[in-house]
Design a protein around this ligand. Structure first.
Ligand code: 5GP
Length: 182
């Protein structure tokens, strides 16, 4: 558990690096959608991926026949994974037979993504591409496919650009680590 009173955020990934990552992600999504016919649903995994999602959307070229949606799952309390995935809000779009691109903030143990992949596959998607801004492979508990991971990070708890600690720090433009200021 982090002692919030003595923590201050220190930049770990700058907003410039994040914007470059968003462009790389959009290129990968554009490429993925190139040969796909039929509907596309772009899904933001709330709340953490909200900034990444909107920044990537600005650079997409295949915008005809694209539906936007959100879903929300919970697996974290404070700074640790509970290992139990709870769906707080399911994606409302009809995804059956559609090409779905899922946007995540970070893949850590992999449990959330493993759950979400199975969830969307069960709903009969034609194809699924997962894009994550951050990937912490050293923390994996389950092996899970990630089609695009923009930035690999070590085992540090990160905040900012949508990522929170107890709902704080989400609005920082950079991704930060909380360091002890005492
Ligand atoms: P996983 O199920 O892969 O362990 O965790 C996925 C979720 O845990 C992420 O979508 C995110 O909400 C949360 N999470 C994992 N690592 C971090 C981190 O370093 N910082 C923050 N703020 N959340 C994290």
């Amino acid at each position: 558990m982090i002692n919030e009173d003595s923590q201050k955020p220190e930049i770990y990934i700058s907003s410039e690096e994040i914007q470059q990552a968003a462009v790389r992600c959009a290129d990968a999504v554009n490429h993925f959608l190139e040969d796909k016919s039929g509907g596309v649903v772009l899904v933001c995994v709330l709340k953490g991926a909200i900034f990444f999602f909107s920044d990537v959307l600005k650079h997409l070229s295949q915008i005809k026949d694209c539906e936007l949606d959100v879903c929300r799952v919970k697996s974290y309390e404070n700074d640790s994974s509970t290992g139990r995935i709870e769906v707080l809000l399911d994606c409302k779009a009809a995804v059956e037979g559609k090409h779905v691109v899922l946007f995540e903030d970070i893949v850590d143990t992999g449990l959330t993504l493993d759950f979400l992949r199975a969830h969307f596959e069960k709903r009969g998607v034609a194809s699924l591409m997962v894009c994550t801004l951050l990937d912490k492979p050293s923390r994996r508990k389950v092996s899970v496919d990630v089609e695009f991971a923009a930035i690999t990070v070590p085992d540090k708890f990160l905040v900012g650009y949508g990522l929170d600690y107890n709902q704080k720090y989400r609005l920082l433009n950079d991704i930060c680590v909380l360091t002890n200021s005492q």
